[in-house]
Design a protein around this ligand. Structure first.
Ligand code: AP5
Ligand code: MG
Length: 213
């Protein structure tokens, strides 16, 4: 079973590349951010617990995330493997994942670090709009971008609450303080691979496939 972890600041392209790699490889794409956003939308207990943290760009407590991921793995035991997009994000989460995998005689195969600078993150996230109905992502440059409706189903496009510029700054700071130490955690385990994520999505995907050889 292949276990791939995607690391990198907000907006570094983890979700974009995980969707692509999942389609290419058949590995299950597990995005903790997407799972939490669905829970918030559904108004579940998990959603109520996570909502405030997400709106502020803070991390949801480790115990909630570890339980959520454990549940997802149990639901997909026959999978060829997983792409963890946005998990782990703290050392306790990395330890939690290690323990979960160890119980089944497994370990992380590769941790991919998507490297991108803060200016590019701000540029990408301030241009991101999405369709609440089908999830399609659009890049709209400028305040009065020409697209306001989904081209597939004509729904009005919306923005993620946490793409507000002040929240993006906080997400970047949280990454530096709480998630960056994981880079070294996986470097020490000899599974860290670094990718220049500032290139086009196609170039990043090529680099990703190369890093996974
Ligand atoms: P999460 O949803 O994981 O957000 P994130 O990691 O902050 O980052 P994004 O999803 O915004 O960016 P991405 O790297 O996926 O990039 P994307 O491909 O979308 O987490 C959200 C919140 O949930 C957290 O703040 C926290 O509260 C909570 N949470 C989640 N996991 C947690 C955990 N493990 N522990 C605790 N709390 C947790 O691309 C971004 C934009 O750029 C898109 O518009 C895209 O089209 C564009 N783009 C992508 N690639 C390129 C490229 N190469 N060139 C130009 N544009 C590009
Ligand atoms: Mg994402």
């Amino acid at each position: 079973m292949k276990i791939i972890v995607f690391l990198g600041p907000p907006g570094s392209g983890k979700g974009t590349q995980a969707a692509r790699l999942s389609q290419h490889s058949g590995l299950v794409h597990l995005s903790t951010g997407d799972l939490l956003r669905t829970a918030v939308k559904d108004g579940s207990d998990l959603g109520h617990a996570a909502d405030g943290f997400m709106k502020r760009g803070e991390l949801v407590p480790d115990v909630i995330l570890i339980g959520l991921v454990e549940h997802q793995i149990a639901q997909n035991l026959s999978a060829a493997g997983f792409i963890f997009d946005g998990f782990p994000r703290t050392i306790p989460q990395a330890d939690g994942l290690k323990q979960m995998l160890k119980r089944n005689g497994r370990s992380v195969s590769a941790a991919i670090l998507f490297k991108v600078d803060s200016e590019e993150v701000v540029r990408r996230l301030s241009a991101r709009w999405s369709c609440p109905a089908c999830g399609a992502i659009y890049t709209v440059i400028g305040d009065n971008g020409s697209i306001s409706m989904c081209e597939k189903d004509s729904s009005a496009l919306t923005r993620r609450h946490d793409d507000d510029p002040a929240v993006v700054q906080n997400r970047l700071a949280v990454y530096e303080e709480q998630t960056k130490p994981i880079e070294n955690y996986y470097r020490v385990e000899s599974v860290l691979r670094e990718i220049d994520a500032q290139q086009t999505p196609e170039e990043v995907f090529k680099a990703l496939l190369q890093a996974l050889l």
